[in-house]
Design a protein around this ligand. Structure first.
Ligand SMILES: Cc1cc2nc3c(=O)[nH]c(=O)nc-3n(C[C@H](O)[C@H](O)[C@H](O)COP(=O)(O)OP(=O)(O)OC[C@H]3O[C@@H](n4cnc5c(N)ncnc54)[C@H](O)[C@@H]3O)c2cc1C
Length: 611
């Protein structure tokens, strides 16, 4: 009997999948040889490799062939990355092949996202993201690894979950020192505390407020989140699907309190850190705290300042503040509008807080004037949701398979150097869509900007953390003249007025300084010393050489979530998205140190500015 065999179809080497696989095969062998030049040859002439911890024990982006070659030469042998494999079929659109991949290193497993372009007759990497997900042998106890929760059987002296938790709480900080102390229990400290708990790293989060969530509760009463729910999830536990798109501040406060409890985050309320010092020899901090008024000394190995990028109030010093007879406070101290019905209120500043406060004061019938000192970028919330965030963070995105985790990685995969080029067209669309609104604002005398290069809100946030308003309604009050607008610099205060440099006098019963916040290394100066604050340097910003973000180019957010020049000192925070995503990488860096792994830091943060 003769058997005819159908010829086996050759896999199509021209599919995006096959081409990406071939690229990874070549990449893996060049990496195995620690051949920086060979890896660089696989990259486009314009290329960016962003590594979140997996290769560099740092958050770093290298650029161009020289940058890639350096990263490989310095790290590849130690990292021994291997097992690169596509985790879903590669995709091609507009001449760019996009590939999600997994890989292993000598210590962990990671995920990556690459974009390839055709160059010199082959596929070349254009943007390349590598991230560390877990440390081998120390995976988080989740999913199939979840704890059993019960010891079936019969035991003498059985210890229940509640008893164990109570014992742990009694020991922590007394007989057991936390390996990590997180000062600041806002969303940042809570998210990181939750991650470290999962990782089994002994950590303690402390906050001076009475209850977790109070940092949101204490803000002005009209405040709702400016970002939508899909962008705001905390790690591990997502908001339920009936959660409002824009959560009111007290609801977020309650969620943070509930989250802290159910995620078993070791957390001390009513605890203020008063000073900290580092013993280089012992590699240990001495942190003086007052817990419920009682002094106590803690000795963590790692100290995280999660004290808030919007926490260190910037209050201008103005002549006459001492003689002014009305009330004056920074926006962070503003209690809400109720006491000011019928009063003359002058709000200095024209960004988010200023608009929110002006709007709320107007709603109770106050006479409100906004003082605009510099230009402001405004986008309407609905427009921002539709055009700016919708593709990654929306119900439609989730339905289309873009989970929060995926969205975070897609976002992270866009190198900061070119992020503005992705943003500019979006903001052009927004400007066009709401042209009528912008025309009315300018007619009212409002000084608008779109960022120094037209790249809009998110770039302003990353570069300087200020200079914008997400309009949820109050801008119309300025356009209509319901909230009065004056432009200029404040010269001084009198007993009853704010006086501008041009002599304009604004009668005031209340002055609100909506004048923003200072660099987070100011917290280090307050708590540790000016010397340590200067050693660490400015926190936040990209080095874009745009207003309030001086160069040189950093490629990453300065000092955030990564090692600083001060051993054992870390900064954490940002918006809810950043708190969620970057706490993953900070937690893994802390865990690696807790486990005693070798963690040589590639390209440790340099210091170019003091604050
Ligand atoms: C008006 C306003 C609106 C905002 N809206 C949004 C939004 O819609 N979406 C979004 O994602 N972000 C928003 N942000 C930005 C950011 O998310 C918040 O500022 C957020 O609160 C930052 O969280 P955090 O944990 O980093 O810091 P914070 O929430 O500021 O928490 C820091 C904590 O540190 C504590 N602390 C400080 N010093 C000490 C000490 N020495 N000892 C003990 N505890 C200390 C404080 O008590 C505080 O609770 C907004 C910010 C402001 C000001």
């Amino acid at each position: 009997m003769t058997q005819t065999l159908e010829p086996q179809a050759e896999p199509d080497a021209t599919t995006p999948d096959a081409r990406a696989q071939a690229w990874f095969a070549a990449f893996e062998s060049a990496l195995a040889a620690a051949d920086g030049a060979a890896v660089a040859d696989l990259c486009a002439r314009e290329c960016y490799w962003r590594d979140l911890v997996s290769f560099s024990w740092n958050l770093t982006t290298v650029e161009g062939h020289a940058g890639v070659a350096d990263l490989v030469t310095e790290n590849a042998a130690r990292v021994a990355a291997h097992g690169f494999a596509l985790t879903e079929p590669a995709d091609e659109a507009d001449g760019v092949v996009t590939a999600w991949f997994g890989f292993e290193t000598s210590v962990g497993r990671g995920t990556g996202l690459a974009r390839f372009v055709e160059e010199d007759g082959g596929l070349r990497a254009w943007t390349f993201l590598t991230t560390l997900d877990e440390i081998k042998g120390h995976e988080e106890p989740r999913g199939t690894r979840r704890p059993k929760g019960v010891a079936h059987g019969a035991f003498k002296d059985r210890v229940t979950w509640k008893e164990a938790r109570e014992q742990e709480a009694a020991d922590l900080g007394v007989t057991e020192q936390p390996y990590v102390l997180i000062i600041g229990g806002g969303q940042g400290g809570i998210a990181l505390g939750s991650r470290l708990r999962q990782h089994g790293v002994p950590a303690l989060t402390i906050d001076k407020h009475d209850r977790p969530g109070d940092q949101w509760r204490r803000r002005y009463k009209s405040l709702c989140l400016h970002d939508p729910v899909w962008y705001d999830h905390l790690p591990y536990l997502k908001f339920p699907d009936n959660w409002p798109v824009f959560a009111p501040k007290d609801k977020i406060g309650d969620w943070l309190e509930f989250y802290t409890r159910v995620m078993e985050v070791p957390y001390w309320s009513k605890t203020v850190a008063t000073s900290a010092s580092y013993d280089e020899e012992r590699g240990e901090w001495t942190v003086e705290v007052e817990r419920d008024g009682q002094p106590l000394t803690l000795h963590p190995t790692q100290l995280v300042l999660a004290t808030g990028m919007s926490g260190k109030a910037n209050v201008p010093r103005l002549p006459g503040q001492d003689v002014f007879r009305g009330e004056q406070h920074h926006s962070s101290q503003h209690p809400g509008p109720d006491a000011y019905a019928g009063k003359k209120c002058v709000v200095i500043g024209s960004n988010n807080s200023a608009f929110d406060i002006c709007g709320a004061l107007w709603e109770v019938g106050a006479d409100v004037t906004m003082v605009q000192r510099s230009s402001t970028h405004i986008v309407k919330s609905d427009t921002l949701m539709d055009i700016g965030l919708g593709a990654l963070y929306s119900e439609e995105a989730v339905a289309g398979g873009v989970t929060t985790e995926k969205a975070d990685l897609i976002f992270a995969s866009l190198p900061y150097r070119i992020l503005h080029t992705f943003q500019i067209p979006l903001y052009d669309q927004m400007r066009e869509k709401d042209k009528d609104f912008y025309d009315r604002m300018e007619k009212a005398g409002f000084w608008l900007d779109w960022g120094p290069d037209g790249s809009g809100l998110f770039m302003k946030y990353l570069r300087r953390g200020s200079g914008y308003y997400i309009d949820v309604g109050a801008a119309e009050l300025v356009a209509d003249g319901e909230v009065k607008l004056v432009r200029g610099q404040v010269d001084h205060l009198t007993e009853s007025a704010v006086v501008l440099e041009d002599g304009t006098e604004l009668d005031a019963d209340l002055v609100v300084y909506a004048t923003g916040y200072g660099s987070m290394n100011g917290w280090a100066a307050d708590l540790i010393s000016q010397e340590v604050a200067d050693r660490v340097g400015k926190v936040w910003g990209l080095g874009s050489d745009t207003p309030k973000d001086p160069g040189p180019w950093e490629g990453e957010q300065r000092n955030m979530w990564k090692p600083t020049q001060q051993p054992g000192l870390w900064f954490h925070g940002g918006n809810l998205h950043q708190s969620r995503h970057y706490s993953q990488f900070l937690a893994l860096q802390l865990k690696a140190r807790y486990l005693g792994l070798d963690t040589p830091v590639y390209r440790l943060q340099e210091v170019h500015h003091l604050g």
